[in-house]
Design a protein around this ligand. Structure first.
Ligand SMILES: Nc1ncnc2c1ncn2[C@@H]1O[C@H](COP(=O)(O)OP(=O)(O)OP(=O)(O)O)[C@@H](O)[C@H]1O
Length: 300
């Protein structure tokens, strides 16, 4: 049974649908990403999973439970990351951990958890004095203090510097290694590509694609681009006959082709056969960024 099941979820605000038939299922042990442009409906979707919002229609289940009707039991299995505004600046790290542990019937021992997250030396520090990265580590600790089976992390690394972001990624991998399923909302392609087993790309309230990061990249048109300046003219017909060629462009003596790995291999073979040297050879792969832009419509 999937840990999270969302089926045909719908939610409107003031008659405007912001979640318009979203479906996905998250399997036990996955890091599942929810990716999409601003205002796509990601937070609304995960807040329905957390039971913080009531869907207009559709079905949400967390370990088989309804997050609205079974809110208490869902809170025992699902750890949600707090938003910054939900903690008082004067609360110390220790007080926050004790407070949140007390809210759960079977909390984890928060001391080793705090140590594992590098919060040990700052237990007496007030929340307001923590750096951005330290705050995020505390939020992760608070999400895990109830010993959940699944955690929802929404925009966890926004505003962090590259080092703190990488440390947070390591923590997310550690959480999964500890057997907890992760639902991760993110804007960062690199983060999604590095961490997620599967990603639902949400655009305008709908699932535009659901696949592994590699699968999403493969779907994107012209997966690989090869460009070079040949040492001697090549037959255009030979180039146009290359396998899996998506596009070909010849400008100012430079050849730019897009296709797949097979196209690239065939170009290399053609160059060797015709004894032509490729100067300033560049091969670039489609990134998740490109796939994302392909899959989501530009908003004017
Ligand atoms: N309580 C609310 N009342 C009215 N409109 C809302 C409410 N909450 C969200 N919205 C609107 O619903 C749309 C989807 O918001 P949501 O926060 O789910 O998107 P998101 O994909 O998480 O965006 P972002 O990446 O910017 O956080 C947005 O246009 C937002 O302004």
């Amino acid at each position: 049974m999937p840990v999270i099941e969302v089926t045909d979820l719908r939610k409107s605000y003031g008659g405007r649908p912001v979640v318009d038939g979203v479906s996905f299922a998250v399997e036990e042990g996955e890091i599942f990403g929810v990716l999409g442009p601003n205002g796509a409906g990601k937070t609304t979707t995960v807040e329905c999973v957390e039971g913080l919002r009531v869907p207009d229609a559709g079905r949400v289940r967390v370990t088989g439970l309804d997050p609205v009707a079974d809110h208490r039991r869902v809170a025992e299995v699902l750890g949600a990351q707090l938003q910054q505004s939900e903690l008082q600046a004067k609360l110390t790290v220790r007080e926050a951990l004790e407070l949140y542990a007390a809210l759960h019937p079977k909390p984890a021992d928060w001391r080793p958890l705090a140590e594992r997250l590098g919060l040990g030396p700052m237990l007496s520090t007030r929340f307001g004095k923590l750096s951005g990265g330290q705050k995020q580590r505390l939020f992760i600790a608070l999400a895990l203090v109830g010993d959940p089976r699944v955690v929802v992390l929404d925009e966890l690394t926004t505003g962090l510097d590259p080092r703190a972001r990488r440390e947070t990624w390591q923590l997310i991998e550690d959480i999964r290694a500890g057997g907890v399923t992760v639902l991760l909302v993110t804007h960062f392609m690199e983060e999604a590509q590095r961490l997620c087993d599967r990603i639902a790309v949400i655009d305008r309230g709908r699932v535009a694609a659901l696949d592994t990061p590699a699968g999403l990249i493969r779907r994107s048109a012209g997966a690989t681009v090869i460009s070079f300046t040949p040492s001697a003219p090549l037959e255009e017909a030979d180039l146009r006959a290359l396998p899996e060629l998506a596009s070909a462009d010849f400008k100012d003596g430079r050849v730019t082709l897009s296709g797949t790995d097979e196209t690239v291999n065939a170009v290399v073979t053609l160059l060797a056969r015709t004894r032509v040297t490729a100067h300033q050879l560049r091969v670039t792969d489609t990134t998740l960024d490109d796939a994302f832009l392909d899959l989501t419509e530009a908003t004017a």
